[in-house]
Design a protein around this ligand. Sequence first.
Ligand SMILES: Cc1ncc(COP(=O)(O)O)c(C=O)c1O
Length: 428
Amino acid sequence: MRRFTASEAYLARAERVIPLGSQTFSKSRTQYPFGVSPYFITRAQGAHCWDLDGNEYIDFVSSLASVTLGYNDPDVTHAVTEQLQSGVIFSLPHPIEAEVAELICELVPCAELVRFGKNGSDATAGAVRVARAFTGHDRVAVCGYHGWQDWYIGSTARRRGVPRATQELTHSVPYNDLDALRAVLVSHAGEFAAVVIEPMNVAAPRPGYLEAVKSLTHEHGALLVFDETITGFRFAKGGAQEYFGVTPDLATFGKGLANGYPVSAVVGRRDVMKLMEEVFFSFTFGGEALSLAAAKATLTKLKAQPVIPTLIARGQAIVDGTRSIVEANGLADVFSVSGHPTWSFLNIADARGATAFEIKTLWMQETLQRGVLSVGSHNVNYAHSESDIAALLQAYADVLPMIGKVLDQGTLRQALRCEPLVPLFKVR
Ligand SMILES: Cc1ncc(COP(=O)(O)O)c(C=O)c1O
């Protein structure tokens, strides 16, 4: 039996000096049931990682989908090591900024000008500010998750600390629901600067949906911003905008841009982005060269090797394999699979007298025990091998029917060796 005693002890130590013991909500104990989960990872290579207790996992979190090529990818590590010899940050821009911007403009349909940030949140906040400056409007409609900053998080349940005046400017709309978007835009006609949307997350767009969002947005004098923090350099080389054939005015990128190195980008139409010369979007580490070297190596590899087709093929095997396990075991009322093959979701429903969170907790307890690290999605990276996928499906072939059995027997709570997770914050 895997044990997590070192992780648990270190969590207690970390929590004495760090709220929640983590810098990232999705990596904290709020997402990993205490007693059956690791809390710290000390090393990762390819698609595998090792926790503080020495347990090995096949990692389907891929650092919140930021690692697209695999941990310690040799080309990226080489580029970063080389860059390190000449420096990390300088008193004037380094030429690599323009090189990476050129690569992005080459790959991404809407990209004519590029600015870099560090986190996805920098990029979405920058996009919203420039959209406000361009249109002269203040309101924003959002669909999906767009980061920690006031302009967005004020529209969610995690809005503590965000001024009411800011909260009131952001309107959340459900995905695939044009009427809802229209109603929001009409309710404050002429006041919207932007519609910011994840082009796809859990559900696929209905035919014509993204095209209609674009026309509706433009009819109301607003700009369309695709938040491609996850879909970028994952769904296709040019992101979801290439994959779905819908070009937004602006787009934001983050996670997959540099295989896990901290750099993000806001990109888009020249006439809008040109305003960035006046709109203040500026920070000390914006041109940090190690991450840009990582981005250059990542984008170059994306162009030279069949990265995306491989991610799609591996991801499709996960989707198909999981679906057939669910079907074969009569579990369609409990589990379903959705999303793009490179970023698919195992959805869990309230079923057979248990809540989705109780079922998810048991699923995590059992998959972690079998060396699978996931919080409910499969964030595929280029280092996931066919045998990694086979191992995931073998774990599911053991765990899913076992969950069905305890649900039927009404013994789920007895099967849990921890308290169930509680619903805290859902944005997708
Ligand atoms: C679609 C999307 N937008 C924005 C963000 C914010 O990015 P970051 O956490 O790097 O600030 C995320 C992060 O999960 C995201 O998934």
